[in-house]
Design a protein around this ligand. Structure first.
Ligand SMILES: O=P(O)(O)OC[C@H]1O[C@H](OP(=O)(O)OP(=O)(O)O)[C@H](O)[C@@H]1O
Ligand code: HPA
Ligand SMILES: [Mg+2]
Length: 191
């Protein structure tokens, strides 16, 4: 599909190499994952969704509305990328949890798992707060995360090892609002 086939943000066409997941692909997958999660947590008193700023905001909003079990929304802000296209390798906590997660069923919501560094750090940190359980959902996953064996229970799509943007994902804070997920032209982040 060419970028201009999506009825939005034509001013970004020049920067997007190709769309890999349309808004419809994303919505269909969200509904499918929500159904699975509804069933998996049917016998619990509900879920605490922990979204990571800022990338997971779109997925968090859509997933929360697609689920039928009771959910509460919580956000953390961890950063390892800054304005670059490669991870700095160091995870910084910019905003911690505001609530006590003890005995709660936690589902970490991510837009993307790439090197797996952010998630590996978080999965070591959260057990220190004694949740009843911790699982992870991510709309997309890169091959490096698969190799690193980061435990992502619910995965929307496996995507190629290229820099992707849209549906919450940015490059230098741009492109998050695109309703689709596309590959950013390398000349945009190499320049
Ligand atoms: O698996 P990793 O290699 O750690 O990369 C994935 C993380 O990187 C991005 O966040 P970023 O730190 O760029 O912040 P943002 O969500 O505000 O864009 C993305 O939203 C994930 O949280
Ligand atoms: O490919 C990516 N795109 C946007 N943000 C990211 N954070 C890690 N990998 C990516
Ligand atoms: Mg980012």
């Amino acid at each position: 599909m060419t970028p201009s086939a999506e009825p939005t943000a034509p001013w970004y066409d020049a920067d997007i190499e190709r769309i890999i997941l349309s808004a419809e692909d994303i919505a269909d997958k969200t509904a499918e994952l929500a159904k699975q999660i509804d069933a998996d947590y049917a016998d619990t008193d509900g879920l605490l969704l922990v979204g990571l700023f800022k990338g997971a905001v779109m997925f968090m909003a859509d997933l929360a509305r697609a689920l039928t079990i009771p959910v509460e929304l919580e956000f953390m802000d961890l950063s390892s990328y800054g304005s670059k296209a490669t991870s700095s390798g160091v995870v910084r906590v910019l905003k911690d949890l505001d609530t006590d997660i003890r005995d709660r069923h936690v589902l970490v919501v991510e837009d993307i798992v790439d090197s797996g560094l952010t998630l590996s750090w978080l999965l070591k940190y959260l057990p220190s707060r004694y949740p009843a359980s911790v699982e992870v959902i991510s709309m997309v996953r890169k091959p490096k995360a698969l190799e690193a064996k980061v435990p992502v229970k619910y995965v929307g799509f496996d995507v190629p090892d290229e820099f992707v943007v849209g549906y919450g994902m940015d490059f230098a804070e741009r492109y998050r609002e695109l309703p689709f997920i596309g590959i950013l032209k390398p000349e945009v982040y190499e320049s």
